[in-house]
Design a binder for this molecule. Sequence first.
Ligand code: ADP
Ligand code: MG
Length: 610
Amino acid sequence: MTMLTDKQAGVAGAEAGSRARLNRNRVLVLALSVVLALLPVLPTPEFWITLGNYIGLYSIVAIGLVLLTGVGGMTSFGQAAFVGLGAYSTAYLTTQFGLSPWFGLLVGLVITMASAYVIGLITMRMSGHYLPLATIAWGLSLFFLFGNLEFLGKYDGLNGIPVLSFFGVELQSGRSMFYLIWAVVLLAVLAMQNLLNSRPGRAIRALKGGGVMAEAMGVNIAWMKVVIFVVAAILACVSGFLYAHLQRAVNPTPFGLNYGIEYLFMAVVGGVGHVWGAVLGAGILTILKDVLQGVLPKLLGANGNFEIIVFGVLLVLLLQYARDGIWPFLVPAGPPVLAPGQAAGLAVRQKPEAGELILDVRAARKQFGGLVAVNDVSFQVRAGEIIGLIGPNGAGKSTTFNLVTGVLPVSGGEVRYRGEVISGLPSREIVKRGIGRTFQHVHLLPTMSVLENVAIGAHLRGDFRAQGGVCAAILRMNKAEEEKLLFEAKRQLERVGLADCMYMEAGSLALGQQRILEIARALCCDPALLLLDEPAAGLRYKEKQALAELLRKLRGEGMSVLLVEHDMDFVMNLTDRLVVMEFGSRIAEGVPEEVQKNPAVLEAYLGGVE
Ligand code: ADP
Ligand code: MG
């Protein structure tokens, strides 16, 4: 009884902690808004207003980089070039044709989105360093383009850009631009927070670490990467637009590669995974740069951009001692602040009739170079069965799972699911058809709450097109969807017995519980077939019993389960049939009692019994 109340207190505490973080964010936004609103009306020196304007402009770009680099794990050095597109589009159209700046903004956005889309499409499918390299090339080439085009005024640029007028108010002074710039900053922060706390946002957060898990939950990771590349570019473009109308003149210098690097600095310094960190980083670097530009030449007795050296040292120190930047030191991190709604459940897939042939693995083969990890293995799973896949370490069990779920392509043979050949499909298509899975080496987002981790499993069950919903999330038009998905995640957590940990960081769970979390996440996919890779590893006796009970209950509801497990008691008492693998080959198959006595199996497990 006391234990129960303790647990309940724990849940309530965690929920209160989440709320506190949510409130802190609101207080921060409010306090900042008040300070920002007062600055221009108080007798603030012009210099500080100018500095504030620049910090705001840089923040907008850095916020995009938080999404792209900090959250999505993709490095771009080319953001300054997108800033340039925004600035030059409006500069050219307003000065040469006398068009409205807002039309210039529109054209800038179209050009930016189109170019980001193309660059994204080309590079996102490639792995590793192609994106940073491509963004460097993009940054360099656009800089030289700006500098060499006659109609853009070459390196002198364009002058005489008109003043922005906003609902009839002319934003003539730096003070009036200040309001517009910082309104955009705050909107960008809110938009980014909205996006990150949504279904597509969770998919974006799941991109880091390769995205195998995200893809297995139905996320089209290549597409998601293109989307966030475009979103980050849009923010850069808007910053450029504002810059052009603040400065009233543009030339290529601020859009060169070194500015691209500075933007990345800002995001890293502030805290590359934190939206507010972008504003902090932009503030720190802008002020520091200004101070250093004044002090260093005097100290060193020579002119030059010495601040770059200081920035370089600063970056190295940060990467050494504070990888997440400065923001987490100011505001301790915690899992995001989402709580499940009270929505009705999601639609559930019709389960196949008991006994229907659901999974048919036919001579599936996987070779890694010379190693045959899975050697023409065949077996079947019928609806409503629990099948155990057992064998010594390295037998090829996990690889077989990867072949079935499309994480790896087969080298030969085929896999059929309910009569359809699924080998060759990407894993996001396979999960769509109803195969959910867990991983032997857990794939979860350690700093995200347990609840949100589980909700990733429901990616394909949202209101919006599976890979869409980004705009709806930014505009907070996804409330109904969020309520349904989080409610479903909570329901699955209750089912597996982890509801008490809902608001905890997933990384703080014991390894055994992390595996259970993965089961809840797989259940969120609404599968008809569940593939569990060593689900009981790391569980205590009681927990194993509870897991076996859960799997029996699922079977009772028409679920089919294929599981890899080393605990023989667990397997023998639970499964309907066993498939035994050794060195990539299937060596036995049958009901547990038979398999237990099979000489080949005994040989494989015990190294021979005479
Ligand atoms: P099990 O899950 O039965 O312990 P695995 O399927 O993980 O075995 O591995 C089977 C064999 O394939 C092992 O020898 C392993 O080293 C090899 N293997 C697994 N994945 C890869 C990979 N991506 N590249 C190369 N070899 C691999
Ligand atoms: Mg394995």
